[in-house]
Design a protein around this ligand. Structure first.
Ligand SMILES: [Zn+2]
Length: 190
């Protein structure tokens, strides 16, 4: 999949919103990606999953792990394409943990998959949780990179497309300086 096709799919499904947003990372941006919308058609989700999987063919990935909730749909599709197992981590207090009876074996080769990487925080926390259990984290991937390539998660990382709209600290936000209040996506407030 070309990166322009990926972005077009976000636009076509209404998953790319424009305005003034408060992101999960705490940063503000003029663009918000509502990945649930682009992933609602399993055919599209499968295509994204296969495209990510192509980058990791031949690396004997045994398991794909994703931070919940955002990473679950795409992670599952990547695992399907790689013929791998799929598990997810969940946030508990300030860390990511495996729950629901999920486990990893020492040395197990794992790929971590998210929908969007902004700061890389969720991916890093997932990698830490897996390594603490002895897993061998081979790499990380997302559909979109909105960190301008800067998010360092400590393992090789790929994305299907980059979004070059900046996400900034609230103190640096031009929209805030104009007196606009950011919207937390998911709420209906304009
Ligand atoms: Zn702002």
């Amino acid at each position: 999949m070309q990166s322009s096709d990926v972005i077009q799919k976000f636009r076509d499904t209404g998953a790319l919103l424009e305005g003034h947003f408060l992101l999960t990372s705490g940063l503000h941006s003029a663009v918000y990606l509502q990945c649930a919308l682009v992933l609602q058609n399993p055919k599209d989700a499968g295509e994204f999953g296969r495209s990510i999987a192509e980058h990791f063919q031949g690396q004997n990935i045994e398991t794909v792990a994703a931070p919940a909730i955002g990473g679950i749909v795409i992670g599952h599709e990547v695992a399907r394409a790689l013929g791998a197992r799929f598990i997810w981590t969940e946030r508990q207090d300030d860390r990511m943990v495996l729950r629901r009876g999920f486990s990893v074996s020492p040395g197990e080769k794992v790929l971590v998959v998210e929908d969007v990487v902004t700061t890389g925080g969720s991916t890093r926390q997932t990698i830490t949780a897996l390594r603490d259990l002895g897993a061998n984290v081979i790499g990380a991937a997302s559909i979109i990179d909105r960190s301008a390539g800067k998010a360092d998660v400590g393992v090789p990382r790929i994305a299907l497309a980059a979004l070059d709209v900046p996400a900034v600290e609230p103190s640096d936000c031009e929209a805030c300086k104009r007196g606009s209040a950011p919207v937390k996506p998911g709420s209906r407030k304009e």
